[in-house]
Structure formats: structure tokens, C-alpha cells
Design a protein around this ligand. Structure first.
Ligand code: GDP
Length: 296
């Protein structure tokens, strides 16, 4: 269901209000529909495209709530088609190096923990690396996730060089036959230039060991920040390079629609969605299922 309870309820209720009974689709109803899509954070461009497409099919015709939902779901699904990507570290080279980037609070640590757990369940040898060497609490939290997952953990005292840690971790993973290395990183935005430099340095040193690494750079975005997620995608996408997006907290917001403009703005596909705080609350992104759930 892609966890969209709140977004789904909001949009579902609104559709029900606008289209109370079967009636010809007129401009007033189209305007309300477009407004509703914008409110759900789909963004003005997607909202306009979806509404136009809808108008082309149905203007002047009798439509009821069910048809609206079906047409909307199809249109949103089309907007997202081709923007869905797969994440499977076990189908790639070994050790498979995954870098997690994103601002503090976006859900990096939690997402990494969920992935570590899944990989361990599938029998993989996993190394979790606390590359956010600035926040002691973040290191501790990650360690707890790693221990619970049964993954090995590597961290350093606060203030240590993150790139040095990443280098040693990848070296260790090579020497000791790990399948996957999951590297958490810092996400403090107070000093954006400093953070970008740090992330680029991690990538540079990891490439010294394996020129193909990192095999994945997952950008973790929090759906509850709505259209701010777009700005974050822009910064990290342009400055660091991203291979896939994880959209978290889709369970906790009525702004889940923001996934649509993010998917369209980004060069990289949406790969995973976070739908809760629990260990099993991470799902492969499914564009059609997402679209169906979003419209209530
Ligand atoms: P980080 O600073 O980027 O590492 O973020 P954390 O992983 O520490 O997550 C910040 C908060 O968001 C924590 O309280 C998590 O439990 C919570 N969180 C992460 N992912 C999800 C999600 O998909 N749904 C919900 N409801 N909460 C989430």
C-alpha cells in the first residue's frame, strides 16, 4: 500500500466532496481537482498536466467518484512511469558499497538499519559503517540497529575523519569477504559546502579501492517536509550524484504527493519508500501501487 494513509485519506475525502454525484465534468470541477493535487504537494506542473489529460478524456462527460479515482490513478501512475528503480545489493559486485546521504532527521540511520536487517535475513555478510562522525548519538543509534540486525559495525570517536573511516571499512570488507558495506554519512546543513566536500572526499577515497564504488548512493528524503524535499534533491543530486532515492515517512504525512515532482526532477529513480519506524517498514517503490493508494 506504500503507507500513504494520511495522503490517501486527504485526497480521498476531497475527491468525494467535489464529485458528490455523477455529473458532467466542467471547468469548476477541474479547477478544484487541480487545486487538490497542488495541496497534496504534487506541484503545479504535474497538477496541470494531470488535470489537462483528465480534461481531454472526460470534459463535458458524466463522471462519478470512481471514474475520477481511476483516471487520476492512471495519470499519476503515468507521471511516475520510468521513475521506479530496483535496489538489490546482492545482485551486484562484492563487496557492494552503498552510501547513504541526506540531511539530518531524514531517516538515513533508520533506512540503513532496515536494509541491514533485510540483508542479514537473506544471509549476507554485512558491514555497517558510522560515517557520521560528528553526532555521537547518531553513531550509538546506528550501532543499536547493526547489533539488532546481526551486522558487523565500524565506528570511530567523535570528530574522526569520515573518509578515513570509509576507506578502512571498504578495505576491511574486501579483505574479509563482506557482501555489502552500508555507509552512513553526516547530514548537517549548517555548513553545506563543508558537508559536500566531506561527502565527495568519502567517494574519492572509496574509489581508490574500487573505481566502481560506491555502487549505490542513496539519497534519503523525508516526505513530511513537502516541497523542501525538492530543494534537497537538487543540492545532493547536483553536487554529489545520486543513484537512487529513498522517500521516507510516507506514513506520517498528507504531503506524500511530493514524491511525484521529486521523481520527475531527479535524474535518478525512486527505489525505496519508508512507511514506518519498524524494521519491516521499508518497501520497494511501486509507481502504480503508489498512484492507486494516493488517490484514496
Ligand atoms: P537521520 O538523522 O537521517 O539518520 O534520521 P533517523 O534515521 O534518525 O530518523 C529520524 C526520525 O524519523 C526517527 O525518529 C525515525 O524513527 C523516524 N523515521 C525514519 N523513517 C521513518 C518512516 O518511514 N516513517 C516514520 N513514521 N518515521 C520514520
Amino acid at each position: 500500500t506504500q503507507g500513504l494513509t494520511k495522503s490517501s485519506k486527504q485526497m480521498g475525502d476531497q475527491i468525494a466532496q467535489v464529485f458528490v454525484a455523477k455529473a458532467p465534468l466542467d471547468q469548476a470541477k477541474l479547477d478544484e481537482l487541480e487545486e487538490m493535487l497542488i495541496e497534496a504537494d504534487l506541484g503545479p506542473h504535474s497538477a496541470a498536466r494531470i488535470t489537462e489529460r483528465f480534461a481531454a478524456e472526460k470534459f463535458g462527460k458524466d463522471v462519478d467518484e470512481r471514474e475520477i479515482r481511476e483516471a487520476l490513478s492512471a495519470a499519476i501512475g503515468d507521471e511516475l512511469s520510468g521513475r521506479q528503480g530496483e535496489f538489490d545489493p546482492l545482485s551486484g559486485p562484492r563487496p557492494y558499497i552503498v552510501l547513504f546521504i541526506g540531511v539530518n532527521g531524514s531517516g538515513k540511520t533508520t533506512t540503513l538499519g532496515k536494509i541491514a536487517t533485510d540483508l542479514r535475513r537473506r544471509g549476507a555478510k554485512v558491514l555497517v559503517v558510522a560515517g557520521d562522525t560528528f553526532r555521537a548519538a547518531a553513531v550509538e543509534q546506528l550501532k543499536v540497529w547493526a547489533e539488532r540486525a546481526g551486522a558487523d559495525f565500524m565506528g570511530r570517536p567523535t570528530g574522526s575523519d569520515a573518509a578515513g573511516l570509509a576507506f578502512d571499512a571498504v578495505q576491511k570488507a574486501r579483505d574479509e569477504g563482506y557482501d555489502v558495506v552500508l555507509i552512513d554519512t553526516a547530514g548537517r546543513l549548517q555548513n553545506k559546502a563543508g558537508l559536500m566536500e566531506e561527502l565527495l572526499k568519502i567517494i574519492r577515497v572509496v574509489k581508490k579501492i574500487d573505481p566502481e564504488a560506491p555502487h549505490e548512493t542513496l539519497l534519503v528524503l523525508d516526505a513530511t517536509v513537502g516541497r523542501n524535499a525538492l530543494a534537497q534533491e537538487n543540492i545532493f543530486g547536483n553536487q554529489i550524484g545520486v543513484s537512487g532515492i529513498v522517500m521516507t515517512k510516507l506514513d506520517g504525512t498528507a504531503r506524500g504527493g511530493v514524491l511525484v515532482p521529486v521523481a520527475q526532477a531527479s535524474d535518478s529513480p525512486i527505489k525505496l519508500v519508508g512507511v514506518g519506524e519498524g524494521v519491516d517498514d521499508l518497501q520497494p517503490f511501486d509507481a502504480r501501487a503508489f498512484a492507486r493508494t494516493l488517490v484514496g
